[in-house]
Design a protein around this ligand. Structure first.
Ligand code: NI
Length: 227
């Protein structure tokens, strides 16, 4: 399941973040790549320990915590500190799967990457190419969203970024370890929650059907969540 979350960051937040990134040094993106993906990866990144990465990352983490759609779709247990990359003309990331486990810098533990996230920081009109292409059981999806929008997809998916042919594509990327490890179970909970929200809007919170569905949702989550 691929979920897009509109306006995770506001336009002023995107502008402030971009200004901070512009003033920061960029390094070769292979620093955070695994052995296979290092050969496929051709882009630039902000170093993980750069102050702008920590401050920008904290802003993104706060926005995620306040986004009900993210919480519902990801059921997050841990979120990797967001990283930042850019693809200038000619840069790309060929097909790869993200590493299953990642050390969280300075935290002394690893996370399992259940979900991968890309937060777009450049508007689609400002560059050509640079599409995120995600393969799943229903075929391949091309994703190119407005600045401030986020896409979430299973980390088990093969994915790539097509070559940029004009402009520069800036983004933040990170991973989520979910309380619900199985993609199918997580998708079912998300769709169930979306349906409950629609029924609540029509019938009101006190309706017996809403109570029953909400109870079933929580009992499924209780069954599947691992903390
Ligand atoms: Ni990747």
């Amino acid at each position: 399941m691929l979920v897009a979350i509109a306006d995770l960051l506001s336009r002023p937040q995107v502008a402030a973040l971009r200004a901070a990134l512009e003033a920061s040094p960029w390094v070769d993106g292979t620093v955070t790549a695994g052995a296979q993906s290092a050969k496929a990866k051709h882009n630039l990144q902000i170093p993980e320990d750069a102050p702008v990465a920590r401050e920008g990352g904290d802003m993104i983490l706060r926005a995620l915590g306040a986004a009900p759609l993210f919480v519902s779709a990801a059921q997050p247990l841990r979120v990797f500190p967001p990283l930042f990359n850019r693809y200038d003309v000619g840069m790309k990331f060929d097909a790869h799967v993200d590493n299953a486990l990642r050390h969280v810098p300075g935290a002394g533990f690893r996370i399992r990457t259940d979900l991968s996230a890309t937060l777009f920081l450049t508007d689609p009109d400002d560059y050509d190419g640079g599409e995120l292409v995600v393969e799943d059981t229903y075929g391949s999806h091309n994703v190119k969203l407005p600045a401030g929008h986020l896409v979430l997809y299973p980390s088990s998916s093969l994915h790539r970024v097509t070559p940029v042919t004009r402009g520069s594509r800036w983004a933040s990327f990170f991973w989520v370890q979910s309380m619900v490890r199985d993609d199918g179970e997580r998708a079912l909970l998300y769709q169930f929650d979306q349906a409950i929200q629609a029924v609540r809007a029509d019938l009101g919170d006190g309706h017996a059907a809403v109570l029953g569905l909400t109870a079933s949702y929580h009992n499924l989550l209780r069954r599947w969540a691992v903390l």
